[in-house]
Design a protein around this ligand. Structure first.
Ligand SMILES: [Zn+2]
Length: 421
């Protein structure tokens, strides 16, 4: 019997997830195949030559979801069919490879990049270089995935993966049958600081001669990550912060166990929140929104960025109260956005989540609170919808939270995405 054992990330997963669940539990993994993700960086051509190598296998078919603007010249062993955004690959049973060129540079808006290669360095997400795939394979098939990078002389690597004895990186995600390297990566002439913090191997990396404040970032992480570890039980084994200045996008973005921050963003902004800690919360919990859950994911990241500051005594209790009061004032009257929550809507979400925390504390005689819900979401790596969030909160607290969600959430929740912006 064959079944789909891979999964699409992001938006595509949101659509596919309910159907995938209906297939029931998968049999225990017993049929490994070796899979190597290779990329050769070519700065003068501004691209990466990618080669996906599969060993002897029981895989019938892999369907990759590509970006035709960035993945070009796709070809390989066995059968390869390119149709718009889909590449269907039927690899030979004895193994073989699929090859393509990946255009690294990507504009996020008119003039700012969220992926870029220069003569000296490259920063991008692995999930863009190596697109998601659905895998049709014999029951029990799973990948033993490796990442192999071929770089210009004197370039170094910062990725949140363990390096094996052969120089390749081990890509393991216990939640998937087809593991691929999806994290942020920084390659090139880098300055890198590495340290163990709260049990996690942390690296902060940016191009040399750029003003990424690596020491400041590391210091803030040393102060604050222990308090996040206390919430979650444990941090991911590795956490990577990559950063660069213009023309990279002037914000923060998260990936699995990794974040990007613009070199000129403050560690704590004038409104008392921390873009770095917001993104690190996303990266460490792995919580991602589906359906109408974005208010939860964004609200938690914003709230816990401030929680980490006060719990680590980086800011005083008084300042913490003032910061949250101002956030709640900013969110007053705004709806919760189920999709693409930001600005005032995320501020409103912070207020609703604090109410929920008070509800949990009050009704369990201080035995349970929002931390317990966050820990459970992170432990299960569950996709977060409003309903999934409610059921997790009910599960950890043993309470019926129907009345809370009906009165505090449902009336102000908008589930359609706001107009493009
Ligand atoms: Zn966020």
């Amino acid at each position: 019997m064959k079944r789909v054992v891979g999964g699409l990330l992001g938006v595509a997963l949101a659509a596919a997830a309910p159907g995938a669940r209906a297939q029931g539990p998968l049999p225990p993994p017993s049929l490994p195949y070796d899979f190597t993700f290779e990329a050769t960086l070519l700065p003068t051509e501004r691209l990466a030559r990618a080669r996906l190598r599969i060993g002897p296998n029981q895989v019938d078919r892999m369907v990759f979801r590509i970006d035709p603007e960035r993945h070009n010249n796709v070809r390989g062993d066995g059968t390869v069919v390119v149709e718009g955004r889909n590449v269907t690959w039927e690899p030979p049973r004895i193994g073989g490879s699929l090859r393509y060129d990946f255009r690294i540079d990507a504009l996020r808006d008119a003039s700012a990049y969220d992926a870029r290669i220069s003569e000296q360095w490259a920063i991008f997400r692995g999930s863009d270089l190596f697109p998601a795939a659905r895998v049709l394979a014999a029951d029990g098939s799973y990948s033993r995935s490796r990442l192999r990078l071929r770089l210009p002389k004197r370039w170094s690597v910062a990725v949140p993966y363990e390096r094996a004895a052969d120089g390749n990186f081990v890509v393991e995600n216990e939640h998937r049958r087809f593991d691929r390297p999806t994290a942020w990566m920084a390659l090139g002439r880098l300055g890198v600081l590495r340290e163990k913090i709260a049990g996690a191997s942390v690296a902060v990396a940016g191009p040399v001669h750029q003003k990424l404040r690596r020491q400041d970032i590391l210091a803030l992480m040393r102060w604050t990550l222990p308090s996040l570890r206390n919430v979650l039980g444990e941090l991911p084994p590795r956490l990577l912060v990559v950063g660069a200045g213009d023309p990279m996008w002037r914000g923060g973005l998260s990936g699995p166990a990794s974040v990007f921050v613009h070199a000129e963003r403050p560690l704590i902004t004038s409104d008392g929140t921390s873009p770095l800690l917001h993104e690190l919360f996303h990266a460490a919990t792995g919580a991602r929104a589906i359906v109408d859950g974005d208010w939860v994911v964004e609200g938690l990241a914003e709230l816990y960025s401030v929680e980490m500051l006060v719990r680590s005594r980086t800011i005083s209790r008084r300042r913490y109260e003032r910061v949250l009061d101002r956030i709640e004032a900013r969110g007053a009257g705004a709806p919760l956005l189920g999709r693409r929550s930001e600005g005032a809507s995320t501020a409103r979400a912070v207020g609703v989540l604090r109410e929920l925390d008070a509800e949990l504390r009050g009704r369990t005689e201080q035995q349970k609170n929002l931390d317990d819900v966050v820990a459970e979401l992170a432990r299960k790596r569950q996709a977060v919808s409003t309903a999934a969030f409610r059921s997790t909160a009910e599960h950890v607290s043993g309470l019926d939270l129907g009345p809370f969600f009906r009165t505090q959430v449902a009336p102000i929740l908008k589930t359609t995405a706001p107009p493009d912006g």
